[in-house]
Design a binder for this molecule. Structure first.
Ligand code: IMP
Ligand code: MG
Length: 179
């Protein structure tokens, strides 16, 4: 499918301000805990790296990453999720925070919660930059949320369409070009 950038939905400044607030909330919540931020590749990379820099310096925090693919077409998740890269570390007894770019149908995060819960972390929570509630198919708890957005396909700030546009510093909506 061919896409074209349509309009900016969330600006650089809005992202910066919100990430700062989230960093403060996460620092307060995890003070005295052993936090593992689990970034979901590749979409959450920019978000995780900016968020981490807004955390208190004295927080006990490490990073780990998972990569999952959902079977389906470019814009529709099928609900069947496959782990392409698993965690490097054992999260037993740790406070795990899943850091995700978008919660759309909710199927990916729901699957990740199911998988990670079995590894006996002390706590398991979700931080999502974007939330598209209109598209939800399964309820998932979002403990730390960046922005609620309408049902639009978006790119930028780590998020792609067919591998492109991750480098954009803001969140843009795209439209499909008819062939
Ligand atoms: P879910 O399983 O339907 O919640 O889908 C979550 C995943 O689908 C996200 O992590 C994204 O990788 C992808 N996704 C959902 N909406 C968009 C979008 O608007 N643009 C790009 N990727 C998206
Ligand atoms: Mg993703």
């Amino acid at each position: 499918m061919n896409y074209e950038i349509d309009s900016i939905l969330v600006t650089k400044e809005q992202i910066y301000d919100r990430v700062k607030v989230l960093g403060g909330q996460i620092s307060d919540h995890y003070r005295g805990k052993s936090l593992v931020m689990v970034g979901i590749l590749k979409g959450a990379v920019m978000f995780l790296s900016d968020l981490a820099r807004e955390l208190d310096r004295d927080l006990d925090v490490s990073f780990d990453f998972m990569s999952v693919s959902s079977y389906g077409n470019a814009t529709e998740s099928s609900g069947v999720v496959r782990i392409l890269k698993d965690l490097d570390s054992d999260v037993r007894g740790k406070s795990v925070l899943i850091v995700e770019d978008i919660v759309d149908s909710g199927l990916t995060v729901s699957y990740l919660l199911h998988v990670l819960r079995q590894r006996a972390p002390e706590s398991l929570s979700v931080c999502a930059l974007l939330d598209k509630p209109e598209r939800r198919r399964v309820e998932v708890p979002i403990d730390f949320r960046g922005f609620i957005i309408p049902d639009r396909f978006v790119v930028g700030y780590g998020i792609d369409a067919g591998g492109k546009w991750r480098h954009l510093p803001e969140i843009c909506s795209v439209r499909t070009l008819s062939e």
